[in-house]
Write a protein that binds this ligand. Sequence first.
Ligand code: URA
Length: 225
Amino acid sequence: MTAGRVSVNGEVVTELGSKVDPLVDEVAVDGKVVHLSDGPVTIMLHKPAGVITTMKAQSDKPIVANLVPTDEYPGLYPIGRLDADTTGLLLFSTNGELGNALLHPSQHVSKTYLARVKKPLSDEAAQQLRAGLELNDGPTQPADVSFADKQRKLVRITIHEGRYHQVKRMFEAVGDPVVSLHRESFGPLKLGDLKPGKWRILSDDEVAALAQGGRGEGHGETRQP
Ligand code: URA
């Protein structure tokens, strides 16, 4: 503080022992807003294509850590992952317990994807996807599958588990590989009109619905990166 690095509501404060109201005052260190007594924060990001789901760069490829507000909320961590070429809804939270609970196989959180496939999906293949099929790490659970375009090359699929490359492997197994993949929803949360690369903080209702294992819907405050 004495170095003039702390400001309250835009005014530099150097006096030790100065008081703030964390619910009203905006405190910044080196110009960056900090959240003094906020509870855990959970956000959704619209992950663009070509961005790797990691918080630590291992190459010069773009990573999700650079798209979410880690300065404001240092403990943010992705809940699960999307492949680099997959777009759509990716959750982050500072609440590790929430993340672990949502990823636990016993939770069966539903995730809905729009998959563009190489050739029109046959009824038989759709039926196999619905019923469950054998992958090299075991059988898949029943999935919801519907056609999202007349050509049957855009398929909406909801799975209730989350194994490595699961959707791509399922389509591969029925002989119709995925050309592009987009996650529309995670449990009760929908991506909605959040634009690629943008994030927003989830409302308390949305976090509660998530924690309940996928019931209910809510709308959080929209924020720009
Ligand atoms: N399934 C996949 O194959 N890839 C993803 O990114 C998500 C689900």
